[in-house]
Design a protein around this ligand. Structure first.
Ligand code: ARG
Length: 460
C-alpha cells in the first residue's frame, strides 16, 4: 500500500513515468503545506464535533498532521512526484505515521475543495505580505519627498520640459499609484473571503458537516454558497495576478524614470554604488541594473496574468486538471512583484537628487511660458488664447536669441508686448512658478507639505 497511489485499485498497471513527472504539481504546490495542514486540522475537528469520525481517530490524525508540519518546517520531509501533489503527499505520510486511522481524514471532502481552500488561504496571507511591502515603499517615498519639498525639477510631458515642479510632488505621484495598488489587494482579500471547504468534488456532501464552523476556524467570513462554483472558480487568482501586474507596471514606470534621470544626458539623480554594477569592458561604467530588472520583470507579471486568463477561457464547469497550473503562475507573480518591491525600496532610498542640475534643467525649455500667458490673462485682461499667442512669440524671440526666458530684459519682453513693467520679471523665476500652483493637488510647496502630513497618517 505504501508505494501505491490512492486510485491503484481502479487503474491497472504502472503510471507512465513521463506523465508522473509532467503531471505532478508537488514541486510548485508544496508551498501550500501550511495551509493544507491547517485546513486538514480544522476539517478533522469538525468531523469529530459532528460525530462523523471518532474522537480517538481525530486526535491521532491531528497529532500526525502536526508532526508532518514540523518535518516539513525542518526540511526533513521527502516530497514525492508519484503522489502528485501536496495533498496526497501529506495523506500518504499520515498513513505512514498513524496507520489506517489516516483513512478517516478524507471523509466529506475532495481535493477539489481542498486545493481551492488552501490556495485562497495562501493568497490571503501573501496579499497581506504584498500590502506590507507596498506600504514600506510608500513610507520611503514620503521620507524622500520630505527632504525635497523645495527641490525644483523640470516636470516633463512627452519627455520634453513642460513646467517647473517640486521633486517631492513628483515622488508623491508614485505614492498615489501605490496607494491604489494597496487598496486593490485589500479589496481582493474581501472578495475572496468565502470558504469553499465542504463543497467536496462539486456537489456538496451527504455527511452532516458544519461549514460555518470550518469557515470561521479558518478565518473566512462565510462559506461559499454554490458547491459547483466553489471548485471551479479561480477569479481570486486572476484578481491577485491583475493587482500584481498593475503594481509591477507602476514600479516599471518609476524604474524607467530613474533610468532616464540617471542617464548621462539628464544627470538629475544618482544612486549609491551598493546597488549598481560596472561593466566587464568599460572601466568608467556605473549601471542602474536594479531599475532595469524592475522595468523588465513586469513582463513576467503580465505573462502570469495572461496565462491564467487563458487557462480559464472556455473551461467547462467545473474542476479540470487545467486548473493545476494556477499555483505556479500565482507563486511566480507573487515572487516577481515582491522582488521588484524590495528592489524599488532600495532604489528610492539610495537615490540622491542632483539639485543643481534639476534647477538648471527646470530653467531650460521655456518652462515658464504658461506662467507668462497666465500673467497677461490676470493682469492685462487678455483672453487665454490671446495671451497664449503673445507668450509663443516671446518664446520664439528667446529661442532666436539663444536665451532663457529668465535672461530676457524688460525692454526685450516689451518688444513683444508693450504694456508691461518690471513686475513681469518675477514670472520667469521657476520657484515662483512652482509655488503659484496652489490649486488642490498642485505642486506648490504649501500643498506638498499638507499632502505629506495627510499621507503620513495613511501609512501608519
Ligand atoms: N493537484 C491538483 C490541483 O492542483 C489538486 C486537485 C486535484 N483534483 C482532481 N480531481 N484531480 O489542481
Amino acid at each position: 500500500m505504501k508505494n501505491k497511489t490512492v486510485w491503484a485499485n481502479r487503474l491497472k498497471g504502472k503510471t507512465s513515468l513521463s506523465f508522473q513527472k509532467i503531471g505532478s504539481s508537488i514541486n510548485a504546490d508544496k508551498r501550500l503545506y501550511e495551509q493544507d495542514i491547517a485546513a486538514s486540522i480544522v476539517h478533522t475537528k469538525m468531523l469529530v464535533k459532528q460525530k462523523i469520525i471518532g474522537k480517538k481517530e481525530g486526535s491521532k490524525i491531528i497529532n500526525g498532521l502536526k508532526k508532518i508540519k514540523s518535518q516539513i518546517d525542518k526540511g526533513k520531509f521527502k516530497f514525492q512526484e508519484k503522489f502528485e501533489d501536496i495533498h496526497l503527499n501529506i495523506e500518504k505520510k499520515l498513513f505512514e505515521l498513524i496507520g489506517p486511522s489516516a483513512g478517516f481524514l478524507h471523509t466529506a471532502r475532495s481535493r477539489n475543495d481542498q486545493v481551492v481552500t488552501d490556495f485562497k488561504l495562501w493568497i490571503k496571507k501573501s496579499s497581506k505580505e504584498t500590502i506590507a511591502n507596498i506600504n514600506s515603499l510608500m513610507k520611503i517615498l514620503i521620507k524622500k519627498a520630505e527632504k525635497n519639498i523645495d527641490t525644483v525639477m523640470p516636470g516633463l510631458t512627452h519627455l520634453k520640459n513642460a513646467q517647473p515642479i517640486s521633486f517631492a510632488h513628483y515622488l508623491l505621484s508614485y505614492f498615489e499609484m501605490l496607494k491604489r495598488d494597496k487598496k486593490k489587494f485589500e479589496n481582493n482579500i474581501k472578495l475572496l473571503d468565502e470558504c469553499p471547504l465542504g463543497s467536496a468534488a462539486l456537489a456538496g456532501t451527504s455527511y452532516k458537516i458544519d461549514r460555518n464552523y470550518t469557515s470561521r476556524q479558518l478565518g473566512f467570513k462565510k462559506p461559499t454558497d454554490n458547491s459547483i462554483d466553489s471548485v471551479a472558480d479561480r477569479d481570486f487568482a486572476v484578481d491577485f495576478l491583475y493587482a500584481s501586474a498593475l503594481c509591477a507596471m507602476h514600479l516599471s514606470r518609476l524604474a524607467e524614470d530613474f533610468i532616464i534621470f540617471n542617464s548621462n544626458a539628464f544627470n538629475l539623480i544618482s544612486f549609491d554604488d551598493s546597488i549598481l554594477t560596472g561593466s566587464s569592458i568599460m572601466p568608467q561604467k556605473k549601471n542602474p541594473d536594479p531599475a532595469e530588472l524592475i522595468r523588465g520583470r513586469v513582463g513576467l507579471n503580465y505573462g502570469n496574468l495572461n496565462s491564467m486568463l487563458t487557462i480559464m477561457k472556455g473551461l467547462p464547469m467545473s474542476y479540470f486538471k487545467d486548473l493545476q497550473d494556477d499555483k505556479k503562475l500565482v507563486f511566480d507573480g507573487f515572487d516577481t512583484l515582491n522582488d521588484s518591491l524590495v528592489l524599488s525600496l532600495e532604489l528610492v532610498s539610495s537615490m540622491k537628487p542632483n539639485k543643481k542640475n534639476m534647477l538648471k534643467m527646470a530653467n531650460e525649455g521655456f518652462t515658464t511660458a504658461t506662467d507668462f500667458a497666465d500673467y497677461l490673462v490676470k493682469e492685462k485682461k487678455l483672453t487665454f488664447r490671446e495671451s497664449y499667442a503673445v507668450a509663443a512669440k516671446l518664446v520664439n524671440y528667446a529661442e532666436k536669441k539663444n536665451k532663457l526666458l529668465s535672461e530676457l530684459s524688460l525692454q526685450e519682453i516689451m518688444k513683444i508686448y508693450k504694456n508691461l513693467d518690471k513686475n513681469v520679471l518675477k514670472i520667469f523665476d521657476v520657484n515662483n512658478s512652482m509655488n503659484s500652483k496652489k490649486s488642490y493637488g498642485g505642486t506648490s510647496t504649501a500643498n506638498v507639505k499638507s499632502m505629506i502630513k495627510k499621507y503620513k497618517k495613511e501609512v501608519e
